[in-house]
Design a protein around this ligand. Sequence first.
Ligand code: IMP
Ligand code: MG
Length: 184
Amino acid sequence: MPGHAETLRRTGGREVKSIVFESETIAARVGELGQAITRSYPDGDLLVLGLLKGSFIFVSDLVRKIERPLQVDFLVASSYGRGTMSTGDVRLLYDPETRLEGKHILIVEDIVDSGNTLRRLLALLSERKPGSLAICALLDKVEKHEAFAELKFVGFDAPQAFLVGYGLDHAEDFRHLPFIADLM
Ligand code: IMP
Ligand code: MG
């Protein structure tokens, strides 16, 4: 567990309110998610599709805990500018060239807030006739959205706070923190 001085060194002096998930806690949960995903999928092609940039650390840890053949690709669906509010306007910035038809697609997302990003993305991806379409999110702000069936794997319920670290950013800062912290 990092001390206060170490945290400030990493953030360049910016105070975080509190550490919400320690790196050890995250690692243990990612291991469990990997096992659950390993058990859930029947034979067939599994494509793990990470949403950049927020999922880059989560994807790299998660795929190493999935004990079956799979492929990895990424796409960018951006809904936030420099602020911390969702606009509901989802832009798909990169389309993977990988064929999705007939494959099991597991979308990996850092955090679900309003659910708008994922809802738009699911609509776009389902047009490509995947064999199955499911989501694994590290964090879920459960109170902010209605349930959706595709959200099959969730690491943690997230508090109503703005979280940074382990891939999550605020204006592109803090993605590199090994823990998840409450910024304000
Ligand atoms: P949604 O479309 O409202 O569900 O927003 C989801 C996206 O917003 C995530 O992929 C994140 O990039 C971003 N986001 C939502 N909440 C947070 C947060 O607490 N910290 C950092 N990014 C967040
Ligand atoms: Mg994101």
